[in-house]
Design a protein around this ligand. Sequence first.
Ligand code: SAH
Length: 420
Amino acid sequence: MADRTITVNHRGAARLRGGHPWVYRSDLVGSADAAPGALVWVRDERERRLGSALYSSASQIAIRLLSHEEISDEGLPDLLRKRIASAVRFREQVGDSDKLPGLEPRQTLRQAQGRLRGTRCDSYRVIFSEADLLPGLIVDKYNDVVSLQALTQAFDRDDLRGLVVESLSEHFPGASIVERVDSHIRELEQLPARESQLVRGERSKTIFTLNDVHFLYDALSGQKTGAFLDQRENYAAAARYAHGEALDVFTYQGGFALHLARVCGSVTAVDVSRAALEVAEQNEQLNRDRHCAGEIEWIEANAFDLLKDYATAGRQYDTIVLDPPAFAKTKRAVPTALRGYKELNLRALKMLRPGGTLVTCSCSFHVSEAEFVEMLGSAAADAGRVVRVLEKHGAARDHPVLLNVPETAYLKCVIGEVPA
Ligand code: SAH
């Protein structure tokens, strides 16, 4: 039988004692003999107990700590059920659907803006992996469709997947459950290829609502739909300041653009992906009956080229949103990423009219908030613009941040104005 005890070196032990749940393979001592996805007990080199973890035989992250206790295989299901229940309860507390408009407590978007109708949200992240002490498991709720993603060998085990599905169907009776597969992650974890599939219920398609804006969700279509749920509160925040002529760069399926359309005279939304824009246009149709102030023009283009052309043509906007993909996928890529962010922000700042609003984001974990703000300051100086910071945010509250697990705090969103 495989040995369930894994020894980690000084660095691995220090990491676990410092509150981070990961130990890299290079910090294991001796050859790990555990089965893929097994529950293991972790000890330091002096045999002191560090707790229980889930093991991956493939990932560079060899173990992800679950508990400081040494729990048994029999105790594991109970622990996981409790963690799932606690994640669900946490969302009720920070607010889900009808309870949470995604705004400051006691202030609704309608009160804040006066021009938006209602504040309904029925979608949020239910389980955020390490941040919910369920490392390797992501669960999102899109109205009546719950989508789960197992990112590790452990949560891909039939018994654990079954437990997760059972638990979710108890917490969300009536909802369909879909398993979303990320084929790249399955390859990295050396798991056999599998298709995304409906595992409970009948629906894999739905319409969901964030801040009273409607979106399509189709979990099984070849073309991914869904939303950046982490931006939910930032959409609402952006709509508080947006006005006039707006430009939403990196719009994807229209997350910011559809919110801006409620309050701006016109919106131009740009993305390089035609497939994303097709869904964005359908999303626009879904919101047709709403009181939209402006039309949205969807433009398929490379954002860097387009901003350059627009700047040369002397185009001006009152509101610009920049929400690019993660430019820094590794620590080494940070300097190049910062140059990319600066180019975008510099061009945007030059194109803002006096009194204009800039909403600028970075979802690169490797670029810290301090580095991002410093880049922005440097872009403002080069553009010869004064920028007043109105709000700074991270991800929405359904994406909790753990102290000592910096990876859980990856999103930055700064809203600034160029004083008139
Ligand atoms: N703002 C969106 C999320 C953006 S995700 C929302 O709130 O939903 C990043 C998007 O950038 C993706 O849709 C991707 O297609 C697009 N993208 C990546 N590189 C691009 C480029 N060079 N020019 C334009 N769009 C790009």
